[in-house]
Design a protein around this ligand. Structure first.
Ligand code: CO
Length: 134
């Protein structure tokens, strides 16, 4: 059911500082910042040979990562994104076994223009899971 790791996301308090750290200190290739108002975040992608790291900064007063950063003021690992072939089929299979899909269960368009869903961390070993249809 699960394919590749599409990205690992890290919530950061200051996207400019985090971008500088990854680009200049760690020598990685980083994307331009991209505002995603529908998700309440601004993102920068760190492009690695085998996957990506998504740096997330809160956008707007109702950002879903604001509470996370309150608990983790210097930032922290926020979610892991796995690729799936058919997000609706995967969602329905997970719901059938009692896993909680966040929101109303309708996929939203993610940072790559593809459908995404989030799964409740309590159902997946304390880790917020994002599924992206590729
Ligand atoms: Co993500």
């Amino acid at each position: 059911m699960l394919g590749r790791v599409n990205h690992i996301a890290i919530a950061v308090p200051d996207l400019g500082v985090a971008t500088t750290t990854y680009r200049d200190t760690l020598g990685a290739r980083v994307s331009q910042a991209q505002a995603l108002p529908e998700h309440g975040v601004t993102v920068v992608f760190v492009e690695l040979p085998n996957t990506k790291v998504e740096l997330l900064e809160p956008l707007g007063p109702d950002s879903p990562i604001a509470a996370f950063l309150e608990k983790n003021p210097s930032g922290g690992m926020h979610h892991i994104c796995y690729e799936v072939d058919d997000i609706i089929a995967v969602r329905d299979k997970l719901k059938a076994v009692g896993a909680r899909v966040l929101g109303d269960g309708t996929p939203k368009t993610g940072a790559h223009g593809k459908p995404v869903l989030f799964l409740h961390p309590k159902d997946f070993n304390g880790t917020l899971v994002e599924l992206e249809q590729v």
